[in-house]
Design a protein around this ligand. Structure first.
Ligand code: SF4
Ligand code: SF4
Length: 109
């Protein structure tokens, strides 16, 4: 079960988690970061370093934030605003750099 990033990251984005991820599967949107569920190896290294407790396993997401489980996946599976194709599994956030846009769900929060 992959880890996910939920609403406390929105407009916080201090990137502490990015430094900890051994597979570089945490990607930067416009207002929050997103974990790629196809690349996450479920190691848990990112969870304790988040200062706002935004990260958890997908089955332990805080009450009211459940939609972020699907939304982390949508960030990679669906075409984001201003792009021609889905991100898919790029093989590391260093390859894409900052994505700079969010899913419609997050943009609407
Ligand atoms: S659980 Fe591990 S692999 Fe998954 S995002 Fe966190 S640090 Fe990266
Ligand atoms: S450590 Fe937490 S608040 Fe900071 S970027 Fe990662 S998920 Fe967002």
């Amino acid at each position: 079960m992959p880890y996910v990033i939920a609403s406390p990251c929105i407009d916080t984005m201090d990137r502490s988690c990015v430094e900890e991820c051994p597979v570089d599967c945490i990607y930067e949107g416009g207002r929050k970061l997103y974990i790629n569920p196809k690349e996450c190896i479920d190691c848990g290294a990112c969870e304790p370093v988040c200062p706002v407790e935004a990260i958890s396993q997908d089955r332990r997401v805080a009450e009211g934030d459940e939609e972020h489980v699907a939304d982390n996946a949508r960030f990679f599976a669906e075409v984001l605003p201003g792009r021609d194709e889905p991100l898919g599994a790029p093989g590391g956030a260093h390859r894409t750099g900052e994505i700079g846009v969010d899913t419609p769900f997050v943009s609407g929060l």
